[in-house]
Design a protein around this ligand. Structure first.
Ligand SMILES: O=C(O)[C@H](O)COP(=O)(O)O
Length: 310
């Protein structure tokens, strides 16, 4: 007589492409998008997108959960300590979208320096205004300050070399070559024409870029944030754009997401994307597959490639 096996349930918290997950699942495992309360109650594994909060209350609703798999490395919205207290590992996917995010930083930076959005608008309107070129710059010879020197920060530094940018880096936890290392955030801000953030959102890093820090920046600097929205104080940054302290701002991340409209969104020297510099076609394929594979590994009793520590 054939035995009846209860399927293992993978719930997607936030949208994931089924075609990336399903090939990794056995015939006794199934992926559920938009899970109901009952699906959550039966879930063995949760594949969690960046903007989805997994707190104590949600964990209570998933009593059968054996693994959480985050698409990416940022676990600021996952209560890793509580999950670990319940014996639930939190799989992460380091490296899966490093190139995507690092390239995204340069997409924002180049769009701002080369004024792509306003110039596109001019040509679209039939206005051939080459005098606008006086506002268009280059990267070569300027200094890029990188706050957070993990995988993504290091990748940004490598790409920066090809543009012949000078690089400075600050990270209290990472090893940084002496010739580019800054000992304080203010030292980095004061020495940089462009600043990009690659730090995790922790209680200490909340509003890392606030009005005092903005005063430490070079006049006319450009700020790019493709890490976590909570790292910057948007009101202070808006003021800095209006006063000319900042000449450009590139944002991929917000707090909360999706964000309410902020007046700085209307500023012409701003480039805005909806948290997908790490979730490009390629970034999505790698992060979702790595996360799903990690969950499959845990359920099979294998050690996953990487887990978050509380
Ligand atoms: O889930 C996502 O949206 C992507 O993996 C991006 O997440 P990240 O900002 O943590 O890389």
């Amino acid at each position: 007589m054939a035995s009846i096996t209860t399927p293992q349930i993978f719930v997607a918290l936030g949208s994931v492409e089924p075609a990336l997950v399903e090939p990794l699942l056995s015939e006794h495992q199934r992926l559920i998008q938009d899970p109901t309360d009952e699906d959550l109650a039966n879930a063995d594994a949760a594949i969690v997108r960046a903007a989805y909060r997994v707190d104590r209350e949600l964990l209570d609703r998933m009593p059968a959960l054996k693994v959480i798999a985050r698409t990416g490395v940022g676990t600021d919205l996952v209560d890793v300590a509580e999950a670990s207290r319940r014996g639930i590992p939190v799989v992460i996917t380091p490296g899966s979208n490093t190139a995507s995010v690092a390239e995204g930083v340069f997409a924002h930076l180049l769009a701002l320096v080369k004024k792509l959005s306003p110039l596109t608008a001019l040509v679209r309107e039939g206005r051939w205004e080459q005098r606008a070129a006086v506002g268009v710059g280059d990267l070569e010879g300027f200094t890029l300050g990188i706050i957070g020197y993990g995988r993504i920060g290091r990748r940004v530094a490598r790409i920066a070399e090809a543009f012949e940018l000078k690089v400075l880096a600050y990270d209290p936890f990472a090893e940084i070559p002496a010739e580019i290392r800054c000992d304080t955030v203010d030292e980095l801000l004061g020495g940089s024409d462009f600043v990009t953030l690659h730090a995790p959102l922790t209680p200490e890093n909340q509003n890392l870029i606030n009005s005092d820090r903005l005063k430490a920046m070079r006049r006319g600097a450009i700020l790019i944030n493709c890490s976590r929205g909570g790292l910057i104080d948007l009101d202070a940054v808006h003021e800095a754009l209006q006063s000319g302290r900042l000449s450009g701002l590139g944002l991929d991340v917000y707090d909360p997401e999706p964000p309410a409209h902020h007046p700085l969104f209307d500023h012409e020297n701003v480039v805005l994307t909806p948290h997908l510099m790490g979730f490009t076609r390629q970034g999505m394929a790698h992060t979702v597959r790595d996360a799903a594979q990690g969950a499959v590994d845990v359920l099979a009793g294998r050690t996953p490639a990487a887990v978050a520590t509380p």
